[in-house]
Design a protein around this ligand. Structure first.
Ligand SMILES: Cc1cc2nc3c(=O)[nH]c(=O)nc-3n(C[C@H](O)[C@H](O)[C@H](O)COP(=O)(O)OP(=O)(O)OC[C@H]3O[C@@H](n4cnc5c(N)ncnc54)[C@H](O)[C@@H]3O)c2cc1C
Length: 211
């Protein structure tokens, strides 16, 4: 698809200079820092380097070597401190960092924190659910939903692996109220319940703990 739209994707590179007059961007190859490439652009979309807040990353006792709060990938409980859990982008759990992932994690953490406070074993496990609504045009979107192993975890009972207007409608009109009114007020744990109903799945996958 990038080729179809004349999009040049630069991976493993660092943007080091922009010349707006000539519309040129200079990238440094992360694997061979001495190698620099100058690319012409009509529109430039840059992903900045990402890291956890300094408050966390400088606290080596609770974070891993890359600055993320060091938790077990299933229970989201800290590897050493049972009274610490991490949710969202700061967590070391190897899922794609999305708000959708944080929503799905919230129920797991809520239930597991309750178990810790009641002195019971943890029973809820996060499967790595993440969701990326990829808007590919003015009226189309691919709703990618997947787990830790990048297996599809699609909410709807049909294949979501293509551009669809329905997904665009969902992204534009349904997700914002879900985010602002439900998730921000603690009423949205992701679409797992809808997925199970629509796929006639009634086993509770959250019960499997591997770590
Ligand atoms: C351009 C863009 C588009 C995205 N699109 C989507 C999408 O379509 N769907 C999706 O699901 N996800 C999307 N995401 C990802 C989503 O925004 C994040 O995964 C989500 O916001 C993570 O939530 P969080 O609460 O973990 O972290 P954050 O939203 O980063 O919240 C952390 C908060 O902590 C605060 N903070 C930092 N340090 C301190 C401190 N010392 N004391 C107090 N507060 C502090 C910060 O100011 C911030 O408010 C997108 C992200 C970007 C950048």
């Amino acid at each position: 698809m990038p080729e179809e739209r004349d999009i040049n994707v630069n991976l493993r590179t660092n943007l080091i200079e922009i010349n707006p007059d000539k519309q040129e961007a200079t990238f440094q190859n992360l694997d061979k820092p001495e190698e620099k490439t100058v690319t012409e652009f009509s529109m430039l979309h840059v992903t900045p380097p990402m890291a956890t807040p300094e408050t966390l990353s400088k606290n080596k006792d609770i974070t891993n070597e890359t600055g993320f709060v060091n938790v077990k990938r299933d229970t989201l409980q800290h590897v050493r401190y049972p009274n610490i859990f991490a949710i969202g982008d700061c967590s070391s759990s190897p899922n794609s960092k999305t708000a959708a992932a944080a929503a799905a994690q919230s129920e797991i953490i809520y239930e597991n924190m309750r178990s810790v406070m009641q002195g019971k074993p943890l029973t809820y496990a996060y499967d790595g659910y993440a969701s990326c609504p990829l808007v590919t045009g003015y009226d189309k979107c691919i709703l990618a939903e997947f787990d830790y192993d990048l297996n599809p975890l699609e909410t709807f009972p049909f294949s979501q692996d293509r551009e669809m207007y329905s997904m665009y409608f969902l992204k534009k009109n349904v997700m914002p109220p879900i985010y602002w009114h439900l998730m921000m007020n603690g009423y949205w744990n992701g679409p797992a319940t809808f997925r199970k109903v629509m796929h006639f799945e009634f086993n509770d996958k959250k019960q499997k703990i591997h770590t």
